[in-house]
Design a protein around this ligand. Structure first.
Ligand SMILES: CC(C)(COP(=O)(O)OP(=O)(O)OC[C@H]1O[C@@H](n2cnc3c(N)ncnc32)[C@H](O)[C@@H]1OP(=O)(O)O)[C@@H](O)C(=O)NCCC(=O)NCCS
Length: 221
């Protein structure tokens, strides 16, 4: 028997997390949980779907861990709200790191992070809390990824970079070494970021430029 785990969420990310935690971790997923107004079906993947507001009744913090399995919705704000709430209620938030990811021994990865297969995380890297690194990214030596970040796939973060908290990084984005990405950025697919960025902006292209008049909070995820 593995450690009991409740997945917060019932959408695609939660069903993917169910697959990975079940087949590639020492956790046993025992239930899904969503906020009451989003309860649709009583079961998912053969497990109960429970009201999040009442989770302590059936799965108190001393008996189960949780993982908040929400993607970049609302520029990561939905996942962040539920992560902070779960911690406030005393839950320990699990992290998943694929057995097929390469993580150097002194790299640090925070709580409620999900690191898919094919990620390369080099020496002295720090990944904050509540980050999702989809498959195949390179996070170069001494770089730091802030809290609540979502990195899609095949991004290359060179050495000594900073990826600001709350940001979204699109597929195949590239960051030159020592670049500082500000908080709450959206970096478009295939962007080549060669200069530091400003908070709350959307960057696209090569070299990446801010999209005029566009706030990152207006991007629909
Ligand atoms: C950057 C992004 C978020 C912008 O989305 P949006 O706010 O809906 O913006 P729009 O599609 O209206 O595009 C705005 C302008 O930027 C351009 N643009 C958008 N994305 C671009 C990109 N990745 N590279 C270059 N130009 C881009 C558009 O062509 C448009 O230019 P125009 O005004 O001259 O026609 C989106 O295009 C993107 O790249 N998303 C990431 C996709 C991804 O990685 N998904 C992974 C799965 S989670």
């Amino acid at each position: 028997m593995g450690k009991p785990l409740v997945l917060i969420g019932a959408g695609e990310m939660a069903q993917i997390a169910f697959e990975y935690f079940t087949c590639d971790s020492d956790y046993d997923v025992v239930a899904f949980s969503v906020e009451r107004e989003y309860l649709r079906a009583p079961t998912l993947c053969g497990l109960p779907v429970l009201a999040y507001e009442e989770l302590e009744r059936t799965h108190p913090p001393e008996r189960a861990e949780v993982f908040v399995a929400i993607p970049a919705t609302g520029l990561n704000r939905l996942r962040t709200r539920l992560f902070q709430d779960a911690r406030r209620r005393g839950y320990r938030c699990a992290r998943y790191v694929s057995s097929r990811a390469f993580v150097w021994r002194n790299a640090e990865i925070g709580e409620n992070c999900f690191v898919f297969e094919g990620n390369v995380i080099q020496p002295f890297v720090r990944i904050g809390d509540n980050c999702i690194l989809w498959s195949g990214n390179h996070i170069g030596h001494r770089s730091a990824v802030g809290d609540n970040v979502f990195v899609a796939s095949h991004a290359v973060v060179s050495g000594y970079c900073r990826i600001g908290a709350g940001s979204f990084v699109g597929v195949n984005a590239t960051f030159s070494d020592r670049v500082r990405v500000a908080a709450d950025n959206v970096i478009g697919a295939g962007a080549l970021v060669v200069r530091d960025t400003e908070p709350g902006r959307v960057y696209v292209g090569s070299p990446a430029r801010a999209v005029p008049g566009r706030s990152s909070f207006d991007v629909a995820f």
